[in-house]
Design a protein around this ligand. Structure first.
Ligand code: NAD
Ligand code: UGA
Length: 442
């Protein structure tokens, strides 16, 4: 099928490349000229394992192309995915400016049947607004007062991929959710995803939109639950890892997303929880549970900072080493990374911060000021009064801790992701603080 993807960021690019890989003819569009010219050369502007290889392959076999022209993308395609950003406004609402803008532009170039698909995460009822926007912006010959009729459909097809495993998630989805209002739209979406043989959930547009916000909010709730539990574990001398294991073996609960740490970050959970709180509020239901999820997430970062400050005693002038900056491993994405809040809070108290991340330092450097970036974990540890683990990169599990210990001025380790939970840190000479390991006197 001929498919257009408008918006070639994390989601648009992965969607476009993967749809080409499964046999479709895909054109990806974006307003960002630099991004598009890089992509045309086969280079990806983000760090995402496995993506560049598939990009190169599908550029070569000509199933994938890139453009800055929405006109070209629209004219070439039957199915048009909108994959632009939906950031938070100050009041927590999703800002749908980019979605409206794309709907207006696509409409203006429509001259035969098109299925316009929301891939971006959008609040319930956005589908109706997109359809109305398209109707009002069709070429003049198709507008209501005129005789000619142009058939089109709007559908919702939310994306559930995770950064760092985006290709794998797209190619092996737990489910594909499609919200449709016509048989034709359903058939087109079934055909698009047929090669993946997915479990399809077919529903109306409002329900599909809700499934996305509800899923992210539920996952965020699981994280805040385990983070609250970690606080109780610390106070009672219990081990949150064992508690999570014991809970998670119950199939009704599941072990996934029960990793206690320094809180969730990224471009989606914080914004989507905010948006869902607002959606519910506007619908007349104050979703207080989610407000608490959000508060617990902020509190988790603050309590980690408090612990570091308490153990350092005098923070001013102390050298703090940070291992891991990205909001999670296997990505260079720094959007709402907990590391930002934690580092800035310690800097406000006068700490000098050194840091290392395998891939996110370039992006971190655009956000964090006065941080000394180091070439590896050992260089970071050198001369530090304490070391903070803020992202659980695979390479940190393999560190030579003796070498780390001897490089540090004071061997104090704050493990915000419980990376070293199975190591005997005391025997190695460390004063060690994990999250929820029952080792912290309050
Ligand atoms: P992004 O910021 O990485 O990419 C958005 C892209 O849209 C940018 O390249 C931008 O230049 C482009 N754009 C903006 N206006 C445009 C226009 N008028 N025409 C063409 N291109 C335009 O964002 P993202 O992380 O890919 O997220 C996109 C949407 O997908 C959001 O709603 C997000 O919540 C959702 N989502 C993201 C993820 C994820 O892991 N990042 C996963 C699932 C869903
Ligand atoms: C998340 C969802 O998992 C995807 O399904 C969804 O498509 C995406 O948001 C989105 O809508 O954008 P992502 O943000 O890439 O994906 O990463 P996750 O693996 O979900 O992690 C999010 C945050 O939660 C990270 O900061 C991570 O460290 C934290 N987390 C995750 C925990 O603190 N504990 C856990 O047990 C799991």
């Amino acid at each position: 099928m001929n498919i257009a993807i408008i918006g070639s960021g994390y989601v648009g690019l992965v969607t476009g490349v993967c749809l080409a890989e499964i046999g479709h003819k895909v054109v990806c569009a974006d307003v960002d000229e630099k991004k598009i010219s890089k992509l045309k050369r086969g280079q990806i502007p983000i760090y995402e394992p496995g993506l560049e290889e598939l990009l190169e392959k599908n550029l070569k076999n000509k199933r994938l192309s890139f453009t800055t022209s929405i006109k070209e993308a629209t004219k070439k395609s039957t199915a048009i995915f909108i994959a632009v950003g939906t950031p938070s406004k100050k009041n927590g609402d999703a800002d749908l400016t980019y979605v409206e803008n794309v709907a207006q532009q696509v409409a203006a170039y429509m001259d035969d049947y098109k299925l316009v698909i929301e891939k971006s995460t959008v609040p319930a009822e956005t589908g109706k607004r997109v359809a109305r926007t398209i109707r009002m912006n069709l070429p003049p010959k198709y507008r209501k007062s005129n005789k000619k009729v142009l058939e089109f459909d709007v559908a919702s097809n939310p994306e559930f991929l995770r950064e760092g495993s985006a290709v794998e998630d797209f190619m092996n989805p737990d489910r594909v959710v499609v919200g449709v209002e016509s048989k034709k739209a359903e058939e087109i979406l079934r055909e698009i995803y047929k090669p993946l043989k997915p479990h399809m959930v077919v529903t109306n547009i409002d329900s599909a939109e809700l499934i996305k916000h509800a899923s992210n909010s539920f996952l965020a709730t699981k994280i805040s639950f385990i983070n609250s539990l970690s606080q109780v574990c610390d106070r009672l001398g219990a081990d949150v890892l064992k508690v999570a294991e014991g809970m998670g073996l119950d199939k009704r609960i599941g072990r996934a997303f029960l990793n206690a740490g320094i809180g969730y970050g990224g471009s989606c959970f914080p914004k989507d929880v905010d948006a869902f709180v607002r959606i519910s509020e506007k619908a007349g239901y104050p979703f207080d549970l989610l407000k608490e999820v959000r508060r617990i997430n902020e509190e988790q970062k603050a309590s980690f900072v408090k612990l570091v400050e308490d153990k350092l005693w005098i923070v001013k002038g102390k050298v703090v080493g940070v291992l891991g900056l990205a909001f999670k491993p296997d990505t260079d994405d720094m959007r709402s990374a907990p590391a930002i809040d934690i580092i800035e809070a310690l800097q406000r108290e006068g700490a000098k911060v050194k840091a290392y991340d395998p891939v996110a330092m370039a992006n971190a450097g655009k956000i964090l000021k006065k941080v000394t970036f180091c070439r590896d974990a050992y260089a970071t540890a050198k001369g530090c009064d304490c070391l903070l683990v803020l992202t659980e990169w695979e390479e940190f599990y393999k560190l030579n801790l003796k070498k780390i210990r001897s490089a540090m001025r004071q061997p104090v380790l704050f493990d915000g992701r419980n990376v070293f939970h199975d190591k005997n840190l005391a025997a190695l000479g460390f004063e060690y603080y994990g999250v929820g390991r029952g080792t912290i006197e309050k």
